[in-house]
Design a protein around this ligand. Structure first.
Ligand SMILES: Cc1ncc(COP(=O)(O)O)c(C=O)c1O
Length: 387
């Protein structure tokens, strides 16, 4: 399923945007946005086609299709040991929107929210989009054990929220139960909302173990908004579908209100909800095989990157991205990105503030959700260019 011959480059060159195949010059390999090169599971297209053939595309329920809500709740109950209620679960048109929506529902202009540094740009972007201030908490990529006690020093009267990204894109860190308990207890002490983005939680490499912060205890769970999505695990980025889970009725009401779903100004596409429901109910086998393939690609990428003089890549515990320290090369992240694009014809994401925060300078990020052949070719070209 994850062989080179399953990848349709001709289609990717037309359809894969967001810094990927459709946006780069011919001959360039884009290891940029974390979006798999592989076609999604066949059951998903069968479910979409089966619904579409009846030719009825009526309004769906504002709070989401019952099957979608059930499947997401079931997934959290069984796989994450979180007592999620379908009634407090609803679909959104992407995990990205879920992050923004949580900020919109719980932050006012002038409030502060703590975000990790480095972390995916969506957190800073969403906090600032609602007029609040993002306060970075440094988690350097080589941190083995995070002492969240230091986070307490960043809390002021304006602090309303801690944004948790677990696993952490771009470093691939998976937080331990002990770390999450410390973070959760601080949130309880200061009465803060925890925004827990768990979109990467299916992509965990042995022996790392994923813990959902809402599984720790009731007090922590009751102040958590859990967000997940289907772009990373099932390759559904273009369907723009994610889920937001509240663990308290009043939080659900605030989120639904902020979503504008009741007014139909916003809402999650019915076909996308069907695709995500099918992914959860029928495609676990696909995800398991994908993870097996990704584990091999991770080992290959990390080994090859570490064989390049002045490159240092710590193996990610989760996420299918390799975050490499290039600070000993005498090139900035931006210079290295340009060098690799021009000389190796490989596109990577530079560790710029606009993508990951200040803490990413000196790093580049590469996705390895591709075939062995494409990844090997990209790594070979990088090695050769840097020789
Ligand atoms: C941590 C994190 N959250 C959210 C997203 C966005 O997911 P979606 O495609 O569902 O908007 C990404 C995508 O890279 C991500 O890395």
């Amino acid at each position: 399923m994850f062989e080179n011959n399953t990848i349709n480059l001709e289609l990717l060159k037309k359809r894969a945007h967001n810094l990927r195949w459709a946006t780069v010059a011919d001959g360039v390999i884009p290891l940029t946005a974390a979006d798999p090169d592989f076609p999604s599971a066949p059951e998903i297209s069968e479910a979409i086609c089966s619904f579409a053939k009846d030719r009825y595309y009526c309004y769906g329920p504002a709070e989401g299709l019952p099957d979608f809500k059930e499947s997401v709740a079931n997934y959290f109950q069984k796989k994450r040991h979180v007592p999620v209620s379908p009634a407090l679960t609803f679909p959104v048109d992407s995990a990205a929107f879920g992050i923004f929506l949580t900020c919109k529902a719980f932050l006012l202009p002038g409030d502060e929210a703590i975000i990790f540094d480095p972390v995916d740009f969506l957190f800073r972007y969403s906090v600032e989009a609602v007029g609040a201030t993002a306060v970075p908490f440094a988690i350097p990529p080589d941190t083995i054990k995070v002492d969240f006690g230091n986070l307490e020093k960043l809390i002021t009267k304006q602090t309303k929220m801690i944004c948790l990204c677990n696993p952490l894109n771009p470093t691939g860190k998976v937080f331990t139960k002990e770390e999450l308990t410390q973070l959760g207890n601080i949130a309880c002490k200061y009465n803060l909302i925890i925004l827990s983005d768990e979109i990467w939680s299916d992509i965990i490499f042995y022996p790392a173990i994923f813990t959902s912060i809402a599984s720790i205890d009731e007090e922590i769970r009751n102040r958590t908004i859990t967000i997940t999505g289907f772009s990373k695990s099932y390759g559904l980025a273009g369907l723009r579908i994610g889920a937001v889970i509240a663990h308290q009725e009043n939080h659900f009401k605030m989120l639904m209100e902020a979503s504008l779903h009741y007014s139909t100004i916003h809402g999650a596409n019915v076909l996308s909800q069907i695709a995500a429901t099918t992914a959860l109910n029928k495609c676990e086998y696909w995800l398991n095989d994908f993870l097996k393939h990704l584990t091999a690609m991770k080992d290959k990428a990390v080994n090859e990157l570490n064989s390049i003089p002045n490159f240092k890549c710590i193996a990610p515990q989760g996420c299918y991205v390799a975050f490499t320290n290039i600070s000993n090369t005498n090139k900035s992240s931006q210079e290295m990105q340009e060098f690799l694009l021009n000389r190796a014809k490989v596109a990577v994401v530079p560790g710029l503030k606009q993508w990951f925060g200040d803490g990413a300078e000196g790093y580049i990020r590469m996705s390895f959700a591709t075939s062995d052949e494409i990844l090997s070719e990209a790594l070979y070209r990088i090695k050769l260019a840097l020789k």
